[in-house]
Design a protein around this ligand. Sequence first.
Ligand code: SF4
Length: 327
Amino acid sequence: MSNKRIVSGMRPTGKLHLGHYHGVLANWRKLQEEFECFFFAADWHSLTTEYENTDGIVESTYEMVLDWLAFGIDTKKSTVFLQSRVPQHAELNLILSMITPVSWLERNPTYKEMRENLSTKDLSTFGFLGYPVLMASDIIVYKATRVPVGQDQLPHLEITREITRRFNYLYGEVFPEPTALLTETPKVLGIDGRKMSKSYGNAIFLSETAEETSKKIMSMVTDTQRPRRSDPGEPDRCVAFTLHRLYTPEEEQARIVKECRGAEIGCVDCKKILAGNVVRELAPFREKRAELAAQPELVRQILEEGNSHASSEAAKTMQEVRKAIKL
Ligand code: SF4
């Protein structure tokens, strides 16, 4: 087993946007150069909140995986698979749920928060309370040593580590205790200045056309304290400039900062430059996405291969687990 194994998953929410690209995918792309990576579509996790309406999960999963493959996840380097096609996740989830105290799950900070935020859904279910156990299973069934997380996800990983320690204490050292691989990600704002999110309707999607992206960028909020073209602006207050920081070469950024502060450039021209840079950078990925979308059989085959490799690795772990618990 590699001692540099990483597991990371994403809930299928459909087509991905720039927030996912800079927040997750760009990082995965780097990690696959250094680690043995397992990336999975967490379709069972979708059931924790979407159990009443499961219609869109398969389609959302497919669209999400297309984005992964088009935007640089290389299946020669990484294993890409569907959680629900590797039943060992569920088997380990059941075993871990036997040893996980309910109090650990109740004190999970996101449990309360999500129940309050999603108050239109009935989340008083066993599955929702227990999703950190499924998460622990997703990770340790591959004996992952590192998990890429942001600062805000550390409490989740801590529950995984506690469950792992408890298993090893009760039955012997089967699992390595996974540690956090802290990742810094840029905050990507939507066109209205709030966090980019599909549910806010402010997202720029990876799969949209160059025209759609340009149109959205041209409607982006700028410095709200610059009402007229002749007023000096401040890029640090400007939502559009947050994207310049990600897509515009540094020299050009410096020129824009100077011209904005000196009222030498208008927001329309500034956003035209931005749109050009964003569209140019995304073009090769979008081209690849269109090619892959035209070959659904190939995508299915890639997933089948990923499912099969993940299953065989998970099966090895489960043999050890069954032996350890004497069943
Ligand atoms: S000129 Fe550019 S950086 Fe300045 S406020 Fe307008 S859009 Fe923002």
